[in-house]
Design a protein around this ligand. Structure first.
Ligand code: FCB
Length: 457
């Protein structure tokens, strides 16, 4: 099963999850530093202080990436390395690190794909309201302008935000991520200010130079009813509204979905932070959409859960994992069909534009066995199935241009700390030794051949 010549095969990471060096070279504190250092927020009290020590091991990590034959690398820039307090002039040492990274990729013929915001908001901005405040949207555009000016000559692919749903709803709505608020109204305002920040950043980057590809990454999850009954279908529709359409509609249609707004208005939400001209900015054309896909939500109507503060409880919906599903080490169902479904839906319902799978992968209970190997067969069959699902979408006309596997290295998995391993490369955190897993070798072969072998794994 072949993929087109020039298809961008690679891996993805994020600054806070791998860099470490939390106090180095003038980096300021981010909301994830504060959150991870707050007892009880992250499993085992793990923090990103050291993480994969990638900041100090940049060259050897890039060598390994090149040895594995990667064609592209999606990474994120830590805003507090560039503006320690989220405002003002750039910290040159912060920019220097990403310059070394980008030049190192170019020297090795690996295409850089840069994400400006993968959740590490400067704490100083959170102290002034964070994404609940309109001011943060403007600050984000200024920061984007600084990074763009420094690196736009060498980076062709720019992603403004990673997964605004997660930043807004897990961060401000349900509390499992930094900054840890549990207030759906705050999540709605964070959603709007994140999207407005995206729009303002796009405007600024386009004005500086229009030679590059500019886009955004959403985490998209089709939603299925748990049982074949109307109340579950309605619950699935509410979840689809908050998780998918609340982001896709403003970006591609210039409006928020009316059913979602009226649901929250009915619960007393004040949406006066949305101004008319904002939506025009949010809907300015993008060159590509990044899709992070992990699984479909299966949901049941759950009228009693409305005060539980679990994800989707405010929608009177409860996500379940079907008994029959194979589950990853995160407890997430393995569900490749949902990837085809989502990619085709974007083309049919929103826009026929270039798409990239900017994240997909699974956690496995990986370990180095007595022969020194990590035999992650589960990850190989997972990736094989999802690559086939992506190819299926392409056969149905989807313009998919690349695939970035989450993740290059095992890393700090947010509230799960170091307990969940998503890497193609195993990291022994105590020694920082890197061991490519069987899946890394397998993926190298896929890239070299430009496709998958038959039969499916
Ligand atoms: C996504 C995040 C990424 C990683 C994967 C497993 O939601 O963007 O940082 O944690 O999930």
């Amino acid at each position: 099963m072949d993929f087109p010549e020039g298809f961008l095969w690679g891996t993805a990471t994020a600054s806070y999850q791998i860099e470490g060096a939390a106090d180095e070279d003038g980096r300021g504190a981010s909301i994830w530093d504060t959150f991870s250092h707050t007892p009880g927020k992250v499993l085992h009290g793990d923090t990103g202080d050291i993480a994969c020590d990638h900041y100090h091991r940049l060259e050897e990590d890039l060598d390994l990436m090149a040895d594995l034959g990667m064609r592209a690398y999606r990474f994120s820039v830590a805003w507090p390395r560039i503006q320690p307090d989220g405002v003002g002039s750039a910290n040159q040492k912060g920019l220097d690190f990403y310059r070394r990274l980008v030049d190192g990729l170019r020297r090795r013929n690996i295409e850089p794909m840069l994400t400006l915001y993968h959740w590490d908001l400067p704490q100083a901005l959170e102290d002034r309201g964070g994404w609940r405040s309109r001011e943060t949207s403007g600050r984000f555009a200024e920061y984007a302008g600084i990074v763009y000016e420094a690196l736009s000559d060498s980076v062709s692919y720019w992603i403004t935000l990673n997964e605004p749903w997660v930043a807004a709803w897990l961060g401000y709505g349900y509390g499992g991520h930094a900054p840890g608020l549990k207030d759906p109204g705050a999540a709605l305002s964070a959603t709007h200010h994140l999207l407005l920040g995206h729009g303002l950043a796009m405007e600024r980057m386009r004005a500086a130079s229009d030679d590059n590809h500019l886009g955004i990454t959403l985490n998209l999850h089709p939603a299925l009813p748990g049982r074949d009954r109307d109340v579950d279908r309605e619950a699935a529709r509410r979840v689809d509204g908050q998780a998918n359409r609340l982001y896709l509609d403003p970006l591609f249609r210039g409006s928020y979905p009316e059913d979602v707004l009226s649901y929250y208005r009915g619960r007393g939400a004040d949406l006066s932070f949305v101004r008319d001209e904002d939506l025009r900015k949010i809907a300015a054309p993008i060159d590509f959409l990044g899709v992070n896909y992990y699984f479909r939500h299966t949901v049941r109507d759950a009228p009693d859960e409305v005060h539980s503060q679990e994800p989707f409880s405010d929608l009177r919906a409860r996500p379940i994992v079907p008994h029959a599903a194979e589950k990853t080490a995160m407890g997430w169902p393995v569900d490749p069909e949902g990837l085809t479904e989502m990619l085709v839906r974007i083309k049919d319902e929103y826009a026929d534009l270039p798409l990239y799978v900017t994240e997909n992968g699974r956690a496995v209970h990986d370990y180095v066995d007595p022969t020194g190997e990590v035999k992650d067969e589960e990850r190989i069959s997972y990736l094989d199935a999802h690559f086939r699902a992506a190819r299926g979408a392409m056969e149905r006309g989807v313009d998919l241009r690349g695939y970035l596997v989450w993740s290059f290295l095992d890393n700090f998995e947010w509230a799960e700390g170091y307990s969940k391993r998503f890497g193609l490369v195993f990291v022994d955190y105590g020694t920082q030794k890197r061991t490519p897993k069987a899946s890394a070798r397998w993926y190298s072969g896929v890239i070299r051949r430009g496709g998958l072998e038959e039969p499916a794994r």
